[in-house]
Design a binder for this molecule. Sequence first.
Ligand code: UDP
Length: 495
Amino acid sequence: MASSSSGYESLHFVLLPHLAHGHSIPMMDMARLLARRGPTVTVITTHLNAVRSQSTIDRAATSGLKVRLLEVPFPSSEAGLPEGCESMDSLPNRDLLKNLLLGIRMLREPVEELFGQLQPRPSCVIADKNIMWAHETAGKFGIPRIVFDGTSCFSLLCTHRIVESKVYETVPEAEPFVVPGLPDRIALTRAQLPGAVNIGQTDTKDVRDEIRSKELAAYGVVANTFEELEPAYVEEFRKVRGRRLWCIGPVSLSNTKNSSKIDRGNKSAIDESLCLEWLDSRNPSSVLYICFGSLCHVSASQLIELALGLESSNRSFMWVIKKGDYSEELENWFAEEKYEERVKDRGIIIRGWAPQVLILSHSAVGGFMTHCGWNSTLEGVSAGVPMITWPMFAEQFYNEKLIVQVIGTGVRVGVERCMNWGEEDKVGVLVRREDVRRAIEKLMDEGKESDERRRRARKLGEVAERAVEGGGSSYSNMNLMIQHVKEKDKEMTTS
Ligand code: UDP
């Protein structure tokens, strides 16, 4: 239920998520969090993306919150995409990314039409950084635009410093360079940089430049992180970006009940009771959970190598293989080798969408092997579990540095370079079974180093919980953000 008479009831936030799980899931959480403070919240997205979050929003609305999900049709055929292809994970290949971006541009008109009909009148738009036209929409309706970047201040600052200094331009691909102007000594190689800053990736350069300039022009930035996680980076990024940076996370902690964790972001491929029964049957902190997010494609040969590494570790595991990664080659191998039979006393494979937050919050989980997507990273931090880092692309190598070097809660599996989207099958095996086994042993063993890592992870999880509770830093930042919008709204209605 919304807090009674917060003074924010007259406000109306409109949220425009990007068409990708990693961007829309935290926005749905944010929608609920905002509505709990009193404002009306409307999320506008396309049909396929709405379906994935409908139950989350419906539950919030049934509990009395003024929150709703509105749909605009996605112009698949006009954008040159197959019917039903309206999110990053549903693209058959990377070449179609530009078509998806074109389709997103075409959404401006129907969204603005909807804007004109909304009641109460919108007071603010919170738009993903990829919805660039929201800048013009906000201008047209005379309301502030807050940009949602979906990553950490550590990552935002890394990108800013690297782009500003161009430090990477003269170093060979595999030679480490130190990122200038950061609170810690962080060394990266050009091979680990996200496509967004790497000079080699020219096909999306114009889009990246536009995103950056529109981001700078926004009224403010809202980030899914919490100040205590990366205080020096929040402070430094505020100096770059200005004071209107609100860290309001981890937003995943708004899912307190199992009923909201089970279908967060998509319909779960495993029955809730089966999942919980299996975890209940394990010892506390004994299970390694493995999931590589919603986008990265991992080749069959790499998955087989991972399977063998997991088996040889002799630890309990719950392994998610996403739709799109299970292929005939992989399934044939599982069948011929009787792999699942061989590991049945300790391992379970989920094929499809897993209820990640539900799993991570179970006391049997003692480690998380992650691709270091920002949401997964923060969900691992929030659950208080140490992590094995296996970055693949985008800003995931930055996140690995944050996990392993800055907060000290992770062990690297040892990947040295980004994979290009669409080239995963060509790359083949980047991580050998021995590397998998070594990382698992290092993370899960009983030694002093691992105990220390576990202790740090647990402590950070507790700090994350406190940040989102009443009076915590993220709770207060959310109020500050709403207060800013309220003042802007007052200015507008009196001018
Ligand atoms: N996720 C999930 N189940 C899955 C795969 C992903 O719940 O089987 C969620 C995960 O909890 C996170 C999001 O999808 O909230 C993935 O975002 P992230 O930034 O970690 O990675 P991306 O998918 O963008 O690479």
